[in-house]
Design a protein around this ligand. Sequence first.
Ligand SMILES: *[C@@H]1O[C@H](CO)[C@@H](O)[C@H](O)[C@H]1NC(C)=O
Ligand SMILES: *[C@@H]1O[C@H](CO)[C@@H](O)[C@H](O)[C@H]1NC(C)=O
Ligand SMILES: *[C@@H]1O[C@H](CO)[C@@H](O)[C@H](O)[C@H]1NC(C)=O
Length: 258
Amino acid sequence: VWERLVLVFASALSVATLALDNGLMRTPPMGWLAWERFRCDIDCEHDPKNCISENLFIDMADRLSEDGWRELGYVYVNIDDCWSSMERDKQGRLQPDPKRFPGGIHKLARYMHDRGLKLGIYGDMGTHTCGGYPGTPMDKIMIDALTFAEWEVDMFKYDGCYSNATEQEQGYPFMSKALNATGRPIGYSCSWPAYQGGLPPKVNYTQLGEICNLWRNYGDIQDSWDSVLSIIDWVFENQDVLISAAGPGRWNDPDMVS
Ligand SMILES: *[C@@H]1O[C@H](CO)[C@@H](O)[C@H](O)[C@H]1NC(C)=O
Ligand SMILES: *[C@@H]1O[C@H](CO)[C@@H](O)[C@H](O)[C@H]1NC(C)=O
Ligand SMILES: *[C@@H]1O[C@H](CO)[C@@H](O)[C@H](O)[C@H]1NC(C)=O
C-alpha cells in the first residue's frame, strides 16, 4: 500500500497545521488495498482465488497476521470498488453482494479486529462508483456513514467518479462531518484532489488536512514499474506543495502498491 511511498514522501518535514480531529493516523497508514491487483474481478465462478469476495480479504488478513506484516505496522485490509450489490436494500442502505460476501461486512470487520487488523471500505461521491455500483451522493452521505459505523469499519475511501467540482466541494466536507457524527473513529481517505489535478489553486490542502486523514493526490497506480516511476516523478516535481500539506493525521497518498 501507501507504505513505503508515503513514508518517503510525506515524512517529518511537515508544518504543524490543523488535522482532522479523530485521533487516527498519527503516522502514515499502512496495509493492503485490493484495487491495483484485483480490480473489479467479480467472476468468482471462474476465478475464485482472485475475485472481489470475502475470501480474498480473509486471505489477505491471514497473510498480514500470520506472515509478520502486522508486526511491521501493516494493519489495514481495504476493500476497494465492486464490493456492493447493484441495489440498495429496502431501507436504502448499501449492501454487499450476497454471493461474494455471504457473511456480510460486519462479520468481515470482526475477523480483522480479532486479529489486530482494521477493515477499510470504499464508496464514491458521484451517482455511481467508478465501476458502476451505487454511489454516495449528498443525499446518501448520512445513511452510508451510519451503515459503515454499524459495520464497525475502520477506514473509508471516498472516490470521485461521476461527480463534478461543485458536488465535491460540498460532499467531501459533509462526509467528514457525517463520519464524525457516527461517533466511531473512521479513517477518512479523500480522492478529491486526484479529480482536480492535485495542485493549488484548484486543490486547497489546508482544507483537506482539516477534513481528511489521507488524500489521493494523483492518478491510479497501474500494475507496472513505469506507472510507479511516473507517480514518483510527479511527487518529486510537486514536493514543495505536498510536503507542507502532510503531518500527523493528514497524509498524501501516492496510491497503493499491493
Ligand atoms: C468529532 O469531532 C470532535 C471535534 O473536532 C472530536 O473531538 C471528536 O473526537 C470527533 N469524533 C470522532 C468519532 O471522530
Ligand atoms: C454538478 O452536478 C449537479 C448535480 O447533478 C448539477 O445540478 C450541477 O449543475 C452540476 N454543476 C456543474 C458545474 O456541472
Ligand atoms: C483553504 O482552506 C482554508 C481552511 O478551510 C481556508 O481558511 C482558506 O481560505 C482556503 N483557501 C482558499 C484559497 O480558498
